[in-house]
Design a binder for this molecule. Structure first.
Ligand code: FAD
Length: 492
């Protein structure tokens, strides 16, 4: 049986392992950490459980697909439910909106409380659908780097419809055109942050993102986000995949001839032979650390990185009925916040604060009478800023902001705390500069500038995960695994 080695057990690596095991490969996954999941992980302390990374789950069908591929019943491994309420929005001027999964209800609430109309919302969501229809097969589900992708009829149709994807104005410019009320512009501008970009620079093509939430839905796994990882690792193990934890791969080994070809990897000074290698770690470190003697695509690696995050995990000694599972407390000056992140590479004094509280739905995630708050703000990628000072100031500003907006002193309720910042994101998950989604999507060519899912120079070397095509976030990392697997022949 030919052997495939996967480097890294992020969601993309696990999904690739499953797909290759189904194709008949003997698969071994090497993971530097003591646990699987990479950015998608969890932490527990003082009786509280937190999903440490992603908190919003969309496109669960991509997870289900893996169980079905292995002829298993998805719900035997993994359960999730669709949310009826997607997010609660809070503005400094007192406006509060609840984004219902029922878009008519949401549009009606917007029309009742703001100067925007129901029609503005429905027109916007129709545009979001159009962009999805034009882009998903071309940009998300296939490699962009092989001629064969462009020979499909649906790809050609999409290419002829490119004018509709709104690539030549910024997301903010488009949204100002769609909505009269600046607060609704702000609400839909926020979707640029879903792949770590800046709505004042990124193309309006990113208006495709709300389609994932409002058309396909937002979901919550019954046992929290980390159960995605646990259930997929279980499936992979049932298929014979072997996970090796605390095993950092030092080098990707290839034949040194005119047509280099994978021969194995090196781990702890041991050479492990294999037929093919899939690297799931950040493409930057794949080249800089594991392929040190191979010419790297320097231009690609120098591209601007997506933003990072600063997260406070707070065990709260109280219930907050104003808050739901997902909550956004908007900055008063959104443009200024993004200028501070992207131009000054710093943190705004009035950042937009995201609060995720899984114990609202999963009671066992916090002790009785308590809640588990995941409090996150967007921050620049790590370029050596004075993070200790920035974090100290941000903590004060965040506490002041939440207390002001909820009209309640929250500081006294913080029982215990852990912090994740760009430096620790980099050291714990191997993400260059701690960015959450690989390169940013701040220019309209970003989709074409991501690294392909295969090496054109070393035969049998492949790449998956959020730093390569088609991009970051759980759904796209899962699609990268599909694209890799589509390039690899089954074992006969
Ligand atoms: P990664 O998670 O990047 O994992 C790579 C793995 O490789 C790690 O386990 C690492 O330890 C391992 N590794 C590195 N070097 C080596 C080596 N030399 N040898 C062996 N192993 C190695 N996405 C969403 O969809 N929704 C969200 O709400 C969301 N929010 C986020 C919030 C935060 C705070 C973060 C950090 C991310 C968020 N994301 C979200 C993004 C999402 O988590 C990532 O895009 C996705 O999990 C990336 O998966 P990946 O396959 O690229 O692997």
């Amino acid at each position: 049986m030919p052997k495939a080695i996967i480097i890294g057990s992020g969601i993309g690596g696990i999904a690739t392992a499953i797909r290759l095991a189904v194709k008949g490969y003997q698969v071994e996954v090497f993971e530097a950490n003591a646990y699987a999941g990479g950015k998608l992980s969890e932490i527990e302390f003082n009786g509280f459980r937190f999903d440490a990374g992603p908190s919003l789950f969309t496109m669960p069908q991509y997870v289900d697909e893996l169980f079905k591929l292995a002829n298993k019943n998805p719900s035997d491994y993994f359960q999730y439910e669709k949310l009826s309420e997607i997010c609660r929005y809070f503005y400094e001027d007192g406006l509060r909106l609840t984004a219902s999964a029922n878009t008519h209800k949401f549009a009606k609430e917007i029309a009742e409380k703001t100067t925007s109309s129901e029609k503005e919302v429905t027109d916007f969501l129709a545009k979001s659908n159009t962009i999805y229809q034009v882009t998903h097969r071309v940009f998300l589900e296939r490699t962009l780097h092989k001629i064969k992708s462009y020979l499909h009829w649906d790809t050609l149709k999409s290419i002829f419809s490119f004018g509709q994807i709104d690539a030549f104005r910024t997301q903010n410019t488009a949204n100002k055109h769609f909505f009269k009320d600046d607060r609704i512009v702000q609400l839909f501008n926020r979707y640029a942050t879903y792949n770590g970009s800046n709505p004042y620079q990124a193309p309006a093509t990113l208006n495709v993102i709300p389609h994932f939430e409002y058309h396909f839905g937002a979901f919550l796994p019954k046992n929290g986000m980390y159960s995605i990882v646990k259930s997929l690792v279980k499936l992979a193990e049932d298929l014979g995949v072997q996970f090796r934890y605390n095993q950092k791969v030092a080098e990707i080994v290839y034949t040194k001839d005119a047509k280099p070809k994978i021969s194995g990897v090196s781990v702890n000074d041991r050479f492990l032979p294999c037929e093919l290698v899939v690297s799931n770690l950040d493409i930057y470190f794949t080249y800089k650390n594991l392929l040190q003697h191979f010419p790297a695509p320097e231009k690609l690696l120098k591209q601007e990185r997506s933003s990072s995050a600063l997260i406070f995990y707070w065990g709260m000694d109280n219930y907050y009925s104003d808050l739901g599972l997902h909550n956004i407390l908007f900055a008063s000056d959104y443009k200024k916040e993004f200028d501070t992140i992207w131009q000054e590479k710093s943190i705004s004094t009035d950042p937009t604060v995201y609060i995720n509280i899984t114990s609202k739905q999963i009671r066992k995630d916090a002790p009785n009478g308590c809640e588990n708050w995941f409090v996150m703000i967007n921050v620049p990628a790590n370029e050596g800023q004075d993070w200790d000072t920035l974090i100290k100031d941000a903590r004060t500003n965040i506490i002041k902001k939440i207390s002001r907006v909820l009209n309640r002193n929250i500081e006294k309720d913080i029982l215990c705390e852990r912090i994740l910042d760009p430096r620790t994101i980099e050291s714990k998950t191997g993400s260059y500069q701690g960015s959450l989604y690989g390169n940013s999507s701040n220019n309209q060519f970003a989709a074409f500038l991501r690294h392909p899912n295969f090496s054109s120079k070393i035969k049998n070397l492949y790449f998956c995960g959020g730093s390569v095509h088609p991009g970051g976030g759980i759904p796209l990392a899962l699609l990268s695994a599909k694209i890799v697997s589509d390039e690899i022949c089954p074992v006969i």
